[in-house]
Design a protein around this ligand. Sequence first.
Ligand SMILES: [Ca+2]
Length: 222
Amino acid sequence: MKALHRAASLALLILLPAVPGLAAIPVSCWDATSEFNDSANPDAANPSGVWSYGWKKTLTDKFFLAQTPYSNPPSIFGWCNASGFPHIIHSSRTAPFTGSGVNAATLPPRALLLHPGLNGEYAILRFTAPADGTYKIAGQFYALDDHGKGTTTDVWVLPNETKTGAYSAEVDYYGGAGSVSFTGKVFQLKKGNTLDFEVGCGPNKNYEYDSTGLAALIEKVK
Ligand SMILES: [Ca+2]
C-alpha cells in the first residue's frame, strides 16, 4: 500500500510540469521600492537581482557599489559609502516618519531616497536589463527636505552611462519643481545594459539637505 502510494506520488510529480497552467510566467515588471534589498534584510545583498545600489564621483564616471550598510534603526536601512554619503536608503514604516537627529527629514510611507555626497558624488540606483528589449519607465524624483534651502538636486536616468537619450531635471523644494516625473520614457536595452537613476548636488553644488525621494517602475514592453 505504501509502495503504491509512493508510485502515485511520483506519477503526480512527473505529470505536474506538463500542465500548461503551471508554466513559469517570466517577470517583466520591476519596482525599485518594494524590491529594495536593504542591509538589514536576512538576504541583504548588493547587487540584488536587477538592482545595484551605488555611487559615482561624477555623473558619467565609474560606478562603485555602496558596500557599507546604512543603519538607522528601527526602520531606516540601506547602503552607503564608508563616509555615510552618498547613500540610498529606505523607510519600512507604513506611516510618515521623521528620523532622529537635528534637521531630520520627514519621510513618506515606505520612501526610497537617495542623497549625494560631500564632494559632488552622485547617489545611484542601477537597473541592469535581464534581456534584450524595450523598457518603459514610470515614476518620479521628489524633494524630501525642507530645512535650509531645502532639497536642491539634479536628477537623471542615464542609459549605459551616457547622457545621450538620458532623462534629466532639477528638483528644488522652494525655488522650482518639488517633484519631476519621468513616466513614459522608453529605452531600447540589450541584456546587461544599464539604466542609472542618479541624484547629484544640483546647481548650488552643495549636498546639504539634498534628500531626494525616488519612485521607479520599469516594464519590459517588448
Ligand atoms: Ca544641493
